[in-house]
Each structure stands twice: as structure tokens, then as C-alpha cells.
Write a protein that binds this ligand. Structure first.
Ligand code: ADP
Length: 196
């Protein structure tokens, strides 16, 4: 069982890679974006609180997001392992996740970053907008989400880099090529962290 984060810009194919990883390692995938969208769809109080931020391509405030993640990680399917996708995205969220894990005596095993050239990303997202009908996939909102990503993620990846947890994978190419690279990178990282 592993506890890991998946970090990548909008359109990097995180969802696809996440499902392959979770299948292989028998862990649950938790995507904060998916949880928010589900709540918006079901018109829950959480969804109503988050909706305007999501549709503007802005981050939902930390307090709302942090509470949601803590509740989700308390559920039994996440007890022994998880893949968190889309969280943490700010330094404050990193600190909050540290606390959640420390409370349980747990720690992260690996932070996987999928790296893709921004030009390629905009192209992919506009294509996805047509097929998935997401309300936040308009050109303007995509630009906003992209700018936010590059502005904020650097501080998050820098923190995990300092801790020696970060591993990067190039997200260009076929889904299966990327999956292969992801698999190799995880084996190297997890193998390296096994006790001798
Ligand atoms: P993408 O990575 O393609 O932008 P996500 O599905 O991860 O999309 O997230 C969609 C939206 O959900 C974000 O633009 C943001 O409004 C909200 N969101 C998701 N995760 C977080 C988070 N960790 N902190 C704040 N807002 C978040």
C-alpha cells in the first residue's frame, strides 16, 4: 500500500494515469476536482460553496478544501493507502496535509509530478471541452487555471523536492507510453525507499 500525491497541470492526463496506478497498487484515487464537481452536480452545501470559484477557474478557499480532504481521508478505504490528485495545491494545504498525516502517524511515500509543455496543454483542454462538456474548459478559464497552476504549484513541488519525495515524469506521448514511464518512476522511487 502506498500513500502518494499526483501533481500535474490541467490537461496533463492525471485522471487516466491515476486510475492505472490505483488499479496496480490497490489504492483508492481521491481527486479533489472530482469531489467538487460531484457536489456541484448534486447541489450539496459544499457544492454551492465551491461552485463560483470552480467556474471562474479559481482555487476553492483552503478552509473548505482542507475540511473536505480531511473528511475524505478519514474514510476506511483510504486508511492504508491512497492517491491524492489535485491536492495539496498551496503551501498552506501542504502544511494541513502534513498535520492530517502526522496525527495518524502516517507519511507520504512518493509525490509524482507529470510534466507537460503549456502549449500542448491548452490544445488538449480545448479538445476535452468538446467531448466532456466541462463548464470550466473555456479558453479563458483554461488560461486562468493554467496560470494559477504554474504560479502556485512551484511552491508545492519545491517543498516535496526538498524532502526527497518528488519524482517527475514527462507527460507527452501516448497514454500507454506515459503509463510505462510512471510505472518505472514509481518502482524506482518506492524500491529506493524500501528498508534494506
Ligand atoms: P484541473 O486540474 O483540470 O484544473 P481539477 O479537476 O483538479 O481540474 O479541479 C477543478 C477545480 O476544482 C479547480 O479549478 C478548483 O476550483 C477546484 N479545486 C480542485 N482541487 C483544489 C484544491 N486543492 N484547492 C482549491 N481548489 C481546488
Amino acid at each position: 500500500m502506498i500513500r502518494m500525491l499526483l501533481i500535474g497541470p490541467p490537461g496533463a492526463g492525471k485522471g487516466t494515469q491515476a486510475s492505472r496506478i490505483t488499479e496496480k497498487h490497490g489504492i483508492v484515487a481521491i481527486s479533489t476536482g472530482d469531489i467538487f464537481r460531484q457536489n456541484v452536480k448534486n447541489r450539496t452545501p459544499l457544492g454551492q460553496a465551491a461552485e463560483s470559484y470552480i467556474n471562474a477557474g479559481k482555487f476553492v478557499p483552503d478552509q473548505i478544501t482542507n475540511d473536505m480532504v480531511r473528511d475524505r481521508l478519514e474514510q476506511s478505504d483510504a486508511r492504508d493507502g491512497f492517491l491524492l490528485d489535485g491536492y495539496p495545491r498551496t503551501a498552506a494545504q501542504v502544511a494541513f496535509l502534513d498535520e492530517i498525516l502526522a496525527d495518524k502517524g502516517h507519511q507520504l511515500d512518493v509525490v509524482l509530478q507529470i510534466v507537460v509543455d503549456p502549449e500542448e496543454l491548452v490544445h488538449r483542454l480545448l479538445k476535452r471541452a468538446v467531448s466532456e462538456n466541462r463548464t470550466d474548459d473555456t479558453a479563458e478559464v483554461i488560461r486562468e487555471r493554467m496560470a494559477l497552476y504554474f504560479e502556485q504549484t512551484t511552491s508545492v513541488t519545491a517543498l516535496y523536492g526538498q524532502r526527497g519525495l518528488l519524482t517527475e515524469v514527462e507527460g507527452i506521448g501516448d497514454v500507454s507510453d506515459v503509463a510505462q514511464r510512471v510505472s518505472t518512476a514509481l518502482d524506482v522511487k518506492l524500491g529506493a525507499s524500501l528498508p534494506l
